[in-house]
Design a protein around this ligand. Structure first.
Ligand code: 5GP
Length: 214
């Protein structure tokens, strides 16, 4: 059997990336998605207004507070939380479909959502927290993004401290000092986690065939 014929069925994993706003999560998520065809993004719903350049259905599903409430009451979110002054939630359907198909799903969600997923889907979760290298750098990144008012930036700096206080609820912690390094570290985590025994559901068949042939 050549390597190219080896295709061991595996269960998809849920890769959660959390960090304070401005720590580089969005850039890292995009790079990871572009580099890895087996990974799909979970597109969240939110009641916040779109930033310049954000597209409905691609960056978020932008909903009214009323529509968000209807979805939440119908149990259509895997998790949901209030972050800053807005509601955010992960639509359940697309995630369940992707996992079933053996694809991995990337989540950009906060600590509250991560806690909820830990209760509901512990075995499928891989939790990564990205720390900014310094307070100065975080503020610089928030300001150069220039999409939020000074007031919002100041508020996000305050909220960063709260988000960071939850770092120890995660399994992997990366200080994003250099985006290329952080990206490689994230790839390494993803690749290693895919190889876990319990995720490789087709392994027993593969090993049986292997041993039969010995
Ligand atoms: P932003 O408004 O900057 O896009 O996101 C603000 C915060 O909300 C970020 O920390 C982001 O991770 C979090 N967030 C985005 N989508 C979701 C979601 O579906 N659920 C939860 N719990 N948090 C989310």
């Amino acid at each position: 059997m050549s390597d190219s014929e080896i295709n061991i069925t595996r269960r998809g994993l849920m890769l959660v990336l959390s960090s304070p706003s401005g720590a580089g999560k969005t850039t890292l998520s995009r790079r990871l998605l572009d580099s890895d065809p087996e990974l799909t993004m979970s597109i969240s719903a939110t009641t916040r207004h779109p930033r310049r350049g954000e597209i409905d259905g691609k960056d978020y599903y932008f909903l009214t507070t009323e529509d968000f409430g209807i979805m939440r009451n119908k149990g259509e979110f895997l998790e949901s939380a209030k972050v800053f002054d807005n509601y955010y939630g992960t639509p359940r359907g697309p995630v369940e479909e992707a996992l079933k198909a053996g694809r991995d799903v990337l989540f950009d969600i906060d600590w509250q959502g991560t806690q909820q997923l830990t209760e509901n889907a512990k075995g499928d979760l891989v939790k990564v927290f990205i720390l900014p290298p310094s307070a100065y750098e975080l503020e610089r990144r928030l300001k150069t993004r220039a999409q939020d008012s000074d007031e919002v930036v100041a508020r996000r700096m305050e909220e960063a401290s709260e988000e960071i206080s939850h770092y120890s609820e995660y399994e992997y912690i990366i200080v994003n000092d250099d985006v290329d390094n952080t990206f490689r570290e994230l790839q390494a985590i993803l690749h290693a986690e895919r190889l876990r025994l319990e995720r490789q559901t087709g392994l027993s068949n593969f090993v049986k065939r292997l041993r039969d042939a010995l």
